[in-house]
Design a protein around this ligand. Structure first.
Ligand code: NDP
Length: 283
């Protein structure tokens, strides 16, 4: 498995498995299948309502804890953010059945982000998270967070796919030693992305699938990926990315596909309000 080194020296798999929109019960089987397929990074979140399923799968897998890189995320804390962030992480750990996570992310740049971050810094120092990072932060928000706090985020997980390429973010992260990790690396199959002619032609040229082309393109740009699939054959396909390489011509053609087609835009005030009111998924 290809790995990426975070800015605190922790090593993380470059490809992981995401469990957004999988019910808690189904998550257990999906994560077991993913671990069997060879995934060693699992990405969940408190708000997904399936941390317990992830925990059961890890326990059942028989794979040593230290060989699995577990990522979960803090949901927005509306009041007493410092104390409640600490409680939220303890609750996540209890649901996962673990005494530490490998990476703890602030899920959204919303709420009292500085108090949330300082509490995450304390959790990191206490060993409850081996690394801490953020998700959905635009560079201006990241700059604010970094300027007023001690520990630099190790990673920023944000929507990145061929229709929303995030070049400016990639440059900013590289300048600051922050790993970019793509959520919805397959754009959740939206916007007819699987039938885009540039992607289908590139896939045919290499004898690979469109999904593999999208994932390899992200990987070759230095972006970490966490594709989700409920199907074992696709789990294997999404991990089988290193037997081919996109050439400069392929990369240039895919670069032309950027059209700011966004699944969830954090710059929309109505979306921020929706997040603040959101109570979490229940399956
Ligand atoms: P993805 O871009 O990973 O797409 C998942 C969809 O693509 C599913 O419908 C899946 O269907 C389908 N699919 C998967 N593999 C293939 C394939 N090889 N060929 C064709 N179709 C395929 O979307 P997600 O939104 O799930 O993003 C991935 C992960 O990112 C999430 O699971 C979550 O962990 C994280 N995330 C984080 C967010 C954040 O705010 N931080 C927001 C959203 C996601 P099927 O299951 O039937 O195979």
């Amino acid at each position: 498995m290809q790995t990426i080194q975070l800015n605190n020296g922790v090593t993380m798999p470059a490809v992981g498995f995401g469990v957004f929109q999988i019910g808690d019960k189904e998550t257990e089987q999906a994560v077991l299948s993913a671990l069997q397929a060879g995934y060693r990074l699992i990405d969940t979140a408190a708000v997904y309502g399936n941390e317990a399923g992830v925990g059961r799968a890890i326990a059942k897998s028989g794979i040593p804890r230290e060989e699995i890189f577990v990522v979960t995320k803090l949901w927005i804390q509306k009041h007493d953010a410092y104390e409640n962030t600490s409680k939220a992480l303890d609750s996540s750990l209890a649901r996962l059945g673990l005494d530490y996570v490998d990476l703890y992310l602030m899920h959204q740049p919303v709420g009292d982000i500085h108090a949330q971050w300082r509490s995450m810094e304390a959790a990191y120092k206490a060993g409850k998270a081996k690394a801490i990072g953020v998700s959905n932060f635009h560079p201006d928000r990241l700059q604010d967070l970094m300027a007023l706090n001690e520990i630099k985020p190790a990673l920023n997980q944000l929507e990145t796919h061929p229709f929303y390429q995030r070049e400016a973010e990639l440059k900013f992260h590289a300048e600051h030693g922050i790993v970019q990790q793509a959520w919805s690396p397959l754009a959740e199959g939206k916007f007819d992305i699987f039938s885009n002619p540039v992607l289908t032609q590139t896939a045919a040229k290499h004898g690979k699938s469109v999904a593999q082309v999208m994932l390899r393109w992200l990987n070759q740009r230095g972006v970490a990926i966490i594709p989700k699939s409920a199907r074992p054959e696709r789990m294997a396909e999404n991990l089988d990315l290193f037997g081919f390489e996109l050439d400069a011509d392929d990369m240039e053609k895919i670069a032309t596909l950027n059209r700011n087609e966004i699944i969830f835009d954090l710059r929309e005030p109505a979306n921020v309000q929706w997040l603040i009111e959101f109570q979490g998924f229940s399956f």
